[in-house]
Design a protein. Structure first.
Length: 191
């Protein structure tokens, strides 16, 4: 059984798969296709990624321009503050962000639809996360928005996280040319 609730941004879904615990450990069904279809995710997941980051690392805010990817994100070790920024030009929540706390202890998942820039900050002693993607990664198609853009006011859990030089050089949202935003149509599809 997987409980589903809507997120604060249009199309974002938060899943809470049942976690079975006993003296031996725990078990959780992390992906049942029909559950995600019934919740409204019609895109196919075509690629799985795994990322590990040390304490205090912040990655993001990343997105693909011509092949926007939806992400189903969950943590297999540790805890993160997971953030999505709506970059869909036709969305009523364009330019708004939301944060979801994800941990291996709780097992919650978040689905960020195509057109949402994604980032996260590790608040535990390291964290490993898995995410399913609705389109293939295309080298040279990735872009980003500055993680601490003052116009966005994203509430990250720490003031001085460890940031990659590329992520620190991303532009503020107001400086991203319209042709460098994710190519999402008014009905939500890519390209």
């Amino acid at each position: 059984m997987i409980a589903v609730e809507p997120g604060a941004l249009e199309g974002v879904l938060i899943f809470s798969p049942k976690l079975h615990r006993d003296a031996r450990g725990s078990f959780q069904e992390t992906f049942i296709l029909r559950t995600y279809r019934e919740a409204g995710i019609q895109e196919d997941f075509v690629q799985d990624n795994r990322s590990y980051s040390a304490t205090g690392v912040l990655r993001g805010l990343h997105y693909q321009v011509t092949q926007p990817q939806g992400h189903l994100v969950y943590v297999t070790q540790g805890k993160i503050a997971d953030v999505g920024l709506d970059l869909r030009r036709f969305s009523p929540s364009f330019g708004r962000w939301m944060r979801v706390w994800l941990s291996s202890e709780e097992g919650r998942q978040v689905y960020w639809p195509p057109g949402i820039a994604h980032g996260y900050c590790v608040v535990s002693e390291g964290a490993a996360l898995q995410y399913k993607c609705t389109d293939y990664y295309r080298q040279g198609d990735e872009a980003g928005v500055l993680w601490n853009d003052p116009d966005l006011g994203i509430e990250w859990p720490m003031e001085n996280p460890s940031i990659d030089a590329r992520d620190a050089a991303f532009p503020r949202l107001k400086d991203v040319p319209p042709d460098r935003l994710p190519r999402i149509t008014a009905h939500g599809g890519g390209r």
